[in-house]
Design a protein around this ligand. Structure first.
Ligand code: SF4
Ligand code: SF4
Length: 163
């Protein structure tokens, strides 16, 4: 893949590394067959090859990032299944990590998303907090009778059950 980074951009070691990776992609598309988001959504921009293009354009342009680009890169599961089918050995892992760092530095997410990400980061990185959150959710679910079948029927969801 051809790239158009300036010499000033290439002075940044992260950009230089990503440029090398971008150049190793030959657009063959073999990776699309093993990408779960592409298989599910059928959108080229939700495939590894599509994301590689998005990251290339985003890094070349620098600065602010378009919400559309963020959406497709956010949808990547980082499962790295695409690495197993790439004949050119494209290091997608480094590329997507670099893309994500660029997004965090140059894109302001909507407030709801920021709060949600902050909560998830706090809860998912601490076993104690995760246990407490699961315990609290289970307690809340148990407290809502219509969510649980009464045991007499297969779950009519009427409260009280009249089956
Ligand atoms: S399989 Fe590898 S070389 Fe081919 S498009 Fe995907 S990332 Fe690029
Ligand atoms: S890491 Fe997984 S979800 Fe992301 S592009 Fe590769 S195969 Fe698709």
């Amino acid at each position: 893949m051809q790239t158009e980074f300036s010499l000033a951009q290439l002075a940044d070691p992260d950009i230089a590394e990503s440029e090398k990776i971008l150049r190793s992609c030959v657009h063959c598309g073999f990776c699309t067959a093993t990408c779960p988001t592409y298989v599910l959504l059928g959108d080229e921009l939700d495939s590894p090859r599509g994301r590689i293009y998005l990251i290339k354009n985003m890094l070349e342009k620098g600065g602010k990032v378009a919400p559309e680009t963020v959406k497709h890169i956010d949808r990547c599961l980082s499962c790295l299944s695409c690495l197993t089918t790439c004949p050119s050995g494209v290091n997608y892992m480094h590329l997507v990590d670099h893309g994500r760092r660029h997004i965090e530095a140059h894109y302001r997410r909507p407030l709801r998303e920021r709060l949600m990400r902050r909560v998830l980061a706090r809860v998912l990185t601490s076993p104690a907090r995760l246990r407490a959150a699961l315990h609290r959710s289970a307690k809340t679910a148990r407290a809502i009778p219509s969510w649980q079948p009464c045991g007499r029927c297969s779950g009519c969801r009427r409260s009280p059950c009249r089956c």
